[in-house]
Design a protein around this ligand. Structure first.
Ligand code: TRP
Length: 328
């Protein structure tokens, strides 16, 4: 039997190379091996973007286009939008009845994000419930494995505790306990060596034009100690070198390191090389993405079919849950 995989992504902008190497590459592998449910977590985005939610709907289209452009395939995985499947909200509500407040207040991301996003008022009920909604997302599909980054592990742990409490209270194996599926994918840093993130303005987007890619790569931080072209460089602290490891062959990576150390390859030439490699990688993605966005009906149809498939499973789970809770 195949493992049931469930994962979501918040639509708060277009996707960048960090999303690709950190998340999507893994999803692509999983969709051919396991039974996958991938959704755009627009309600989760609303917990932080509620004051100006326009970005969510726009980004939902962008994210769907990005997903399909990199090769996520609606024939292999169930691809949908969270808010289209209202059962997520119903299970969230039912689980909220049995979730102690302290469990939610204890989740590290709760206080961390409140501090980090201090311009937004995140002392809301919805934001406190973020990890509970996530627990409902996974339990709704009897998810066994949740591919996430380490930062999300406390959320999955909480989800397991809630499922255990539910099964204990209502005496049965009603909901499934999911486990995090940690990927070894390298963290791709942004052009300034900080985490690649929209808010740092240091990202290369899957939808960037070839010119934008070149300009951004040219602005990247290399070895700060390498001032003159004739200075030997240290590739280990160079962001462009990190990108070589993801976009170049192992032999070429070795050669670049050698030439950088020997000062036979300058940063300017290396950056041109890197921009060309990234553009080769992005060309087919950009092309597919543009074609997809030309036909808005197509993305809607993909989301509609995904919703239909997801809802069949979601409704079965909710019947089980309601029976267990004596609601029906
Ligand atoms: N919280 C996740 C993130 O920020 C997104 C998400 C929402 C999710 N629901 C999920 C991930 C369910 C895995 C499973 O990345």
């Amino acid at each position: 039997m195949k493992t049931r995989i469930v994962s979501g992504m918040r639509p708060t902008g277009k996707l960048h190379l960090g999303h690709y190497h950190g998340v999507l590459r893994n999803w692509l592998k999983l969709q051919s091996q396991e039974e996958c449910f991938f959704f755009v977590a627009d309600w989760h985005a609303l917990t932080t973007e509620y004051a100006d939610p326009r970005v969510i709907r726009e980004s939902t289209r962008d994210v769907l286009a990005d997903w399909l452009a990199v090769g996520l395939d609606p024939k292999k995985a169930t691809i949908f939008v969270q808010s289209h499947v209202k059962e997520h909200a119903e299970l969230h509500l039912l689980l909220s009845m049995i979730t102690p407040l302290g469990w939610l207040e204890r989740v590290p991301s709760f206080k961390e994000m409140q501090q980090e996003l201090s311009t937004k008022d995140l002392s809301t009920y919805g934001f406190l419930g973020y990890p509970l909604l996530q627990a409902a997302d996974v339990a709704l599909y009897d998810g066994n494995k949740v591919p996430v980054g380490v930062d999300q592990v406390p959320h999955i742990e909480l989800a397991r505790e809630i499922v255990r409490r539910f099964n204990h209270l209502y005496k049965g194996d009603i909901l499934v306990e999911a486990q995090p599926l940690l990927t070894e994918s390298p963290k791709l840093l942004g052009l300034d060596r900080r985490k690649m993130s929209k808010s740092y303005n240091n990202s290369i987007y899957l939808s960037d034009s070839p010119e934008e890619v070149l300009k951004k790569v040219q602005s990247a931080i290399t070895d700060p100690a390498r001032i003159k072209r004739s200075d030997p460089g240290n590739p280990d602290i160079c962001i462009i070198y990190d990108y070589h490891k993801l976009h170049n062959t192992p032999e070429a990576v070795c050669q670049v390191a050698q030439e950088c150390r020997a000062a036979t390859l300058g940063c300017t030439d290396d950056k041109k090389k890197m921009a060309a490699l990234i553009n080769d990688f992005l060309d087919p993605i950009r092309k597919t993405r543009q074609e997809l966005l030309k036909d808005p009906g197509y993305l809607d149809e993909v989301a509609r079919q995904g919703r239909e498939k997801a809802q069949v499973i979601a409704q079965q789970t909710l019947i089980r849950v309601q029976k267990a809770m004596n609601l029906i």
